[in-house]
Design a protein around this ligand. Structure first.
Ligand code: SAH
Ligand code: AVI
Length: 356
């Protein structure tokens, strides 16, 4: 156990502690349970359409591959959202309010929050991620770069986190949920998830959220089928993580990457296609795959302003402000719980066109 910033006693990361760990960071590992993971993975692989939850992309290698994806030319979401955050940091900070406790579920490298910190001056930043080692490195790096910032990093599976983890620093809470990570669940689940986030907030809290927008199939399919094959490696790597978590013997060379835009469902689907008839052992359980059969690894839903508005409304939120890039590829929204206001949100665009 180690005592840090708040003087509280915290369970320490199992990982080697780093002597250079600065004093403004606390690292908490809530240990998403391996037994529960195994049950969840097996159940997905025993369905007619085999599936693996996309959260299993993110072992350390998966998190690194995702970082590489974010700087690919074809993968427009990250650079576009960064541009929106940069240009509108002041207005966003005004919406969020200074001295808030900013909580980021699925924080990854914590790159985007850097664009807000100087304007926002939060009382504390709470990055949360399932990828323990990557989270630890990102939090320590951020703590070195921002010595004034109190960081409270939590390794947890936020999908199973109905209540906010204990021990979060006190203050008005704002959830920062960029990257369109909400798009990785079905619209009905997205509303449910947002509703649950609402329970993490006090009445005066808010959610600053990035949502990818529906656009041409050509642009979308290029973003998930990059020429360098990094997205393919990211997709295939999920099998390495499944092997580690369940003692399975998936052989990545016997699968290929397939990603396409399902225009009816407004979602990118990523699959792993079995190149041959094969049987995979997961401990005592055997999974058969026919040649051409797929394991569905990810959905990435794309919204319109209207359809996202509906998701937020169903979750009990009002959209206070929306910011878009000129080409309307991506959007960032500030949401507040319904009953706290009139429900009249504002839209902003970087250009002089009509607000959507
Ligand atoms: N917020 C960053 C990273 C987005 S990638 C950005 O906008 O660039 C999605 C991140 O969410 C990954 O770091 C992944 O490890 C994390 N993640 C996905 N599902 C998760 C879950 N159920 N619980 C915790 N973290 C999760
Ligand atoms: C994290 N998530 C929003 C990314 C997406 O675009 O759905 C993950 C990703 N999958 C393939 N490329 C990136």
């Amino acid at each position: 156990m180690r005592s840090k910033a708040d003087g509280q006693s915290m369970p320490e990361f199992e990982l080697d502690t780093d002597d250079s760990q600065p004093d403004n960071v606390v690292l908490i590992n809530l240990h998403p349970r391996v037994r529960d993971k195994r049950v969840e993975i097996l159940s997905g692989l025993q369905q007619q359409q085999k599936r693996i939850d996309p959260k299993y992309f993110y072992d350390s290698r998966g998190s690194e591959l995702f970082e590489q994806i974010t700087s690919l030319h074809e993968y427009y979401p990250t650079r576009t959202e960064r541009q929106i955050l940069k240009r509108n940091a002041k207005a966003m900070a005004q919406s969020c309010g200074q001295n808030c406790v900013m909580i980021e579920p699925g924080s990854g490298s914590s790159e985007k929050v850097r664009l807000l910190l100087d304007e926002l001056k939060p009382a504390a930043y709470v990055p949360m991620d399932i990828s323990a080692e990557f989270l630890k490195r990102a939090a320590i790096q951020l703590a070195h770069e921002y010595p004034w910032l109190k960081i409270h990093a939590v390794c947890t599976d936020f999908a199973n986190q109905e209540n906010i983890p204990e021990g979060i620093p006190l203050g008005r809470r704002v959830v920062f949920y960029p990257g369109s990570t909400l798009g990785n669940v079905k619209p009905a689940e997205a509303s449910k998830f947002l509703r649950n986030l609402g329970r993490w907030l006090d009445r005066d809290g808010g959610v600053l959220i990035g949502i990818d927008l529906h656009k041409s199939t050509r642009i979308l399919e290029a973003a998930y089928n990059d020429k360098q094959g990094i997205t393919a490696q990211f997709n295939l790597n999920i099998l390495n993580n499944i092997n580690a978590l369940t003692n399975a013997n998936f052989d990545t060379s016997r699968f290929s990457h397939h990603a396409f835009y399902n225009e009816q469902a407004y979602r990118i689907e990523m699959h792993l296609v079995s190149k041959e008839d094969q049987v995979v052992d997961l401990g005592e359980i055997k999974i058969s795959l026919a040649r051409g059969e797929t394991i569905h690894t990810e959905n990435s839903y794309k919204y319109t302003m209207e359809s996202f508005h509906e998701i937020a409304r169903r979750a009990g939120f009002t959209i206070r402000s929306s910011w878009l890039d000129k080409q309307q590829l991506f959007s960032v929204h500030y949401l507040e719980l319904d009953s706290s206001g009139t429900g009249n949100g504002q839209s902003h665009q970087d250009h002089s066109g009509k607000p959507l």
